[in-house]
Design a protein around this ligand. Sequence first.
Ligand SMILES: Nc1ncnc2c1ncn2[C@@H]1O[C@H](COP(=O)(O)OP(=O)(O)OP(=O)(O)O)[C@@H](O)[C@H]1O
Length: 238
Amino acid sequence: MTTIEIEKLNYRRNLKTILKDVSLSLEGDKIIGLLGENGAGKTTLMRLIAGTAKNASGTIAIKDDTEADTKKALVSYSNPLGGFAPNTPISKVVAFYEKVYPDFDQAKYQQLADFLQLDESLKLAALSKGTREKLVISLTLARQTSVYLLDEPFSGIDSMSRKKIINSILKWKPAEAIMIISDHYVSEIATILDEVVIIKDQTVVAHKDADEIREEFGLGIEAYYEGLYEEGVTHDEI
Ligand SMILES: Nc1ncnc2c1ncn2[C@@H]1O[C@H](COP(=O)(O)OP(=O)(O)OP(=O)(O)O)[C@@H](O)[C@H]1O
C-alpha cells in the first residue's frame, strides 16, 4: 500500500519560514484535497514531497523510504513545464517524459490526450493557459506510479472540461495510489475527495475524512474549510 509519512517538517527560504512543524500521515487508495489560501504553502509542500524542493528539516517518507531517488520514481508531480523552450512541440515534451520516466505509459497518455482533445502538433508557446494545463494533467497521469500531485490543475480550464476531468479522474488513478489535488474551487472537487488537508499559518491545521466532515460537522467541505479560516483556529486546537 502507498504511504506518505511526513514528520516535523520545517522549511525556510531567504530567512522566511514557509512551513513549520508539519506532520502528516497519508495512506492509499485515496484522493486528498490540499486546501489553503494564497501563499499558505501548498505548492511548497507538494514540491517537497516530489523532491523538487530540498533542504527542509524533518522527514518525508514515501512507502517508508526517504531517499530522493524514491521520490522521483514514486511521485508524479504536475510540473508546469517551465524548463522547456517555448518553441518545443508537444510531441518532443512527450518524448522527453518517455525517456526520463520508465513508468510513462504512452498508450495511457494517448488516451488522455484524445480525451482532452490535445493537438500534438502544437508548440508550447501556442497553447492557451487551459490547454497547457490539460497537457500537464495528461503527462502527470500518464505515469503509472504511486503518488500523484496535482497543483491547481484546473485553474485555467473551462468549466465544462473541468467537470469532465473531475468526473473521470478516478478512472485515471491506479488503485492503491494516493492523489493529492490542490484547488481553490473547493466545491467543484469536493465530490471526489476522500480526505481533506488544510494548511494555515504555515502548518497543517486539519486532516479529516471527507465523510466525517459531512456527518460529524454537518457541513460541506467548502463550509468546513472556510469556517476554519474564519474562526482563527490554530494548530493546537484541532
Ligand atoms: N523560492 C521561494 N523563495 C522565497 N519564498 C518563497 C519561494 N517559494 C515560495 N515562497 C513563499 O512561500 C510561501 C508559500 O508559497 P506557496 O507557493 O507554497 O503557496 P500556495 O499555498 O501554493 O499559494 P497559491 O494558492 O497562491 O498557489 C509564500 O509566502 C511564498 O511567497
